[in-house]
Design a protein around this ligand. Structure first.
Ligand SMILES: [Zn+2]
Length: 64
């Protein structure tokens, strides 16, 4: 389906933005959970080792 392809693309794009991000304190990568079947419904749940990494990851996701 078209919608599923767009969601998959969005996931890949978002994951790519974060692929070289590691926490400066704990050397951990952030984990992402995607919820929703369409681009309109989709939401990202971010799991990070600490608030510092969560803030860095959010910046990256919001950026290009
Ligand atoms: Zn951390």
């Amino acid at each position: 389906m078209q919608a599923a392809g767009q969601v998959e693309e969005f996931k890949q794009l978002t994951l790519r933005k974060l692929e070289d991000l590691r926490c400066p304190d704990h050397r951990q990568p952030p984990r992402l959970l995607f919820q929703g079947a369409t681009l309109r419904d989709i939401s990202i749940r971010l799991k990070a080792c600490c608030p510092k990494l969560a803030a860095l990851a959010n910046q990256k996701i919001a950026g290009r």
